[in-house]
Write a new protein. Structure first.
Length: 172
């Protein structure tokens, strides 16, 4: 079976289906990876210093005081996993067929005749040359191209943060 015929024998709908299923499986793996990353970021904690107070004293010296540290997950700090999606998919099939045919024929006839007393002789030499050349080159390629882009996490993936400040109002 020729390369060109093999490429032509693959049904186009089957190629598209296999590409789509491959993309779906790839997307599922990417999503699972992003969710696993989110879980890791939620479990990993660090101590965050929410504020530092800088006090300039009357004599001009500067004093710094840290607020008490707060233990927060990396998600709470604002590190989020990256989500990806396939934005483009292309199937490209190309064939390059070259054919060359050549035919050469030559005929060479030589005759000799001798005539003598009561006898004669003749010789005929026929030299036939025949050659034929045929060559065929078939090149086939198929290429699948997919493009992935990062996308924001799903809207409800992370909870909204609401701040309730119960400190008393400073006196005026």
């Amino acid at each position: 079976m020729s390369v060109g015929q093999e490429l032509l024998d693959v049904p186009f709908p089957e190629m598209v289906t296999k590409l789509a299923i491959g993309i779906a499986k790839g997307q599922e793996a990417l999503d699972k990876n992003s969710v696993a990353t989110a879980k890791e970021l939620a479990e990993e904690t660090i101590t965050v210093i929410p504020s530092i107070t800088r006090t300039i004293k009357e004599n001009g010296t500067v004093e710094y005081k840290n607020a008490d540290g707060i233990v927060m997950s990396l998600l709470q700090v604002g590190l989020y996993p990256t989500f990806y999606q396939f934005s483009e998919a292309t199937i490209e099939v190309s064939m390059d067929i070259k054919t060359k045919s050549e035919k050469k024929t030559s005929v060479d006839v030589k005759m000799k005749a001798k005539v003598g007393f009561a006898c004669w002789s003749a010789s005929i030499a026929v030299d036939v040359k025949h050659s034929r050349q045929f060559s065929k080159e078939v090149h086939g390629t198929s290429r699948l191209f997919v493009k992935m882009v990062p996308v924001p996490p799903p809207e409800r993936f992370f909870p909204q943060i609401e701040t309730v400040d119960l400190r008393p109002e400073p006196e005026a």
